[in-house]
Design a protein around this ligand. Structure first.
Ligand SMILES: NC(=O)CC[C@H](N)C(=O)O
Length: 354
């Protein structure tokens, strides 16, 4: 008998060591990053997912609030080969179940071979394999979480910084390091709810419209898509990760689910104009399929050729599928924020409120 079970969609039930108690379910995903567990566990993009760390020891440099990307832990549960006490205490305080002492290499290989799958977890003194299976039965697919934006977004317009450029950051589950990257570059960042209307955006009258990263299926962020549809050409537009997907959908492109996604801090991306390759941080399960007539593919993933950067120079639109803010991850692509803010330099754009 064990005190923790993980039930997988492929029918397996894996015994584990229980670290933080509870019962839950979610889409099983992974990260191969060897650092950055504080950032990943607080990244709102992991809402409704169960995060497996493939690096075998998680917690070896403590838990520091200044590294947090939001005010809470977002994955529904966490899995590693070994969690330190620091991390276990943190997850327990946040009511997030955690398990370790399992073969995470085997688990990640299964996800890579069989694709992202649903899972159920049960941790506690009296739990049985049936409890984990019961959780799995209740697990929804990512696209079915139609209200996911509501659970990760700010409710109120919140302002950061006091710079010369007004950026409207539509919060679909934004990482704090995106806000910081803009504030550091002399921006005032208006973090707006995920369901901001075109009229509410016009009242802010930003110099730049920025769609954030976020969890789940980009098709469930219709309001953000409408903002792009309504204001493209009037104001420069940028997007990161879910933001790229939303911008593409708004401008006639398509998005599709990947088998297991891009999940780590060593994803190589080639810029098609310069030929330069950068190492990037990624955690996404959807990708842009067709970019549509308005957007050019400017950057591609070296491993599988998927769209990593889109742009329309005349309409002033630039997006990235990866995370230039690099928390965690290599800083190769931080200049994205300079490029984005450079689009505002002409000052010719006015958001019309009609
Ligand atoms: N990091 C993100 O913004 C993730 C985007 C989206 N939820 C996906 O899985 O593809």
């Amino acid at each position: 008998m064990s005190d923790a079970y993980l039930a997988l969609e492929d029918g397996r039930v894996i015994e584990a060591r229980g670290r933080a108690p509870g019962r839950t379910r979610g889409e099983l995903v992974f990260t191969t990053a060897y650092t950055g567990y504080e950032e990943s566990l607080t990244d709102p993009s992991y809402e409704e997912q169960v995060l497996t760390f493939s690096y075998p020891l998680i917690g070896n440099y403590g838990v520091r609030e200044e590294r947090f990307e939001s005010d809470r832990v977002h994955p529904r549960a966490a899995i590693s080969h070994e969690f330190t006490e620091d991390v276990v205490e943190w997850l327990e305080a946040e009511n997030v179940p955690a398990i370790d002492h399992i073969d995470t290499r085997d688990l990640v290989t299964s996800i890579r071979e069989e694709g992202a799958m649903k899972c159920g977890i049960a941790v506690g003194e009296d739990v049985t394999p049936e409890d984990a299976k019961a959780e799995l039965e209740e697990c929804k697919g990512m696209s079915e979480h139609v209200d996911i934006g509501e659970r990760v977004s700010t409710v109120e317009h919140t302002t950061y910084g006091d710079g010369d450029t007004d950026v409207a950051l539509v919060d679909c589950g934004a990482k704090m390091s995106i806000v910081e990257s803009l504030v550091e570059r002399n921006a005032t960042v208006h973090v707006l709810p995920y369901d901001t209307t075109p009229e509410e955006l016009a009242a802010v009258d930003p110099d730049l419209l920025f769609i954030s990263n976020g969890p789940g299926d980009p098709a469930n962020f219709e309001a953000a898509q409408e903002l792009v549809e309504e204001h493209v050409g009037e104001v420069p537009i940028a997007g990161i990760c879910l933001g790229q997907q939303v911008v593409a959908r708004a401008l006639g492109g398509t998005t599709e689910k990947m088998d297991f996604g891009h999940r780590g801090v060593n994803q190589p991306v080639r810029d098609l104009d310069s030929g330069r390759v950068v190492m990037t941080t990624q955690n996404h399960g959807y990708t842009v399929g067709e970019p549509g007539d308005e957007l050019d593919v400017k950057q591609v993933n070296v491993n599988d050729g998927t769209a990593e950067g889109l742009a329309n120079d005349e309409l002033d639109v630039i997006t990235r599928q990866y995370h230039p803010e690099a928390h965690p991850g290599p800083h190769d692509s931080l200049d994205f924020f300079d490029d984005v803010l450079a689009m505002t330099a002409s000052g010719q754009h006015v958001v019309a409120d009609d």
